[in-house]
Design a protein around this ligand. Sequence first.
Ligand code: PBG
Length: 326
Amino acid sequence: MKDLHFTRHRRLRQSANMRAIVRETHLHVEDFIYPLFIVEGQNIKQQVQSMPGVYQLSIDQLETEIEEIISLGIKSIILFGVPIEKDELGIGAYHNHGIVQEATRFIKKHFPDIIVVADTCLCEYTSHGHCGVVEKGGKVLNDPSLDLLAKTAVSQAEAGADIIAPSNMMDGFVAAIRAGLDEAGFEDVPIMSYAVKYASAFYGPFRDAADSTPQFGDRKTYQMDPANRLEAMREAESDVLEGADFLIVKPGMPYLDIVRDVKNNFNLPVVVYNVSGEYSLIKAAAQNGWIDEKGVVMEMLTSMKRAGADLIITYFAKDAARWLAE
Ligand code: PBG
């Protein structure tokens, strides 16, 4: 044994404190953005069937909810609207009294400091469930959708949204929304762009929660092919040039290579969206007693930061905040 030369990696793992002082990645409660689904109506707190622990909430339920979020130390939320009425052009998305606009006004009035991120898309508001204007033959039109998206962003900013997060994947949405916001006097409202968004099967449970399943076809002509990596760089680059302030990569777990690529190639804050399907997989396994939920969730969130994410949009935000505080 005497002549053996090898490296003793285990020296730095020998105790909890030794591991703590060499740990490279840390999760903080400030890293989390918590998604909320706001429904029209009163006294509604309806659990999403495929997402245990996630609820559709009416505005009157928000005071208690936001108090809890703030008491856990979470600094930001992202709002999705679930309207009662839908139409071809998704009017509810850009109506001054739309559900997200009303919820934003309520939240900012009672809790001025919490950062409200408004998801800017049409699919929750259109009868066909697509993220843009649909032509007779079923084609999702790019340029006519841009005006509606800019209108949506401006109405969200007017209601008090702190950050606009466009998730629709039309070409030029950042340019159109930036111009619209600037023209309306909202040059200080940042854009958190869903720059790299894949056409993913992991969004299934979200579409139950937001009632936004496309009524025909799929989103493959606007969302990205999961097989592509270089295309993600082109998407991120154009959004940077058009004036994005944050870059989102979505989904999270299966796309951590892309998170790292975006982090290495651009100098904006990188946000990863730990999407609904990722949540449901873990919840289902945990409910069956097949995995240790806390262990799996904290490992997953840590991996996202290790991959390069600065912020994580996650349905686990409240749980993780509690676990961090323990
Ligand atoms: C709207 C939107 C979607 C998600 C966020 N914004 C769904 C979609 O593109 O179909 C998915 C989020 C999740 O799965 O948690 N375009």
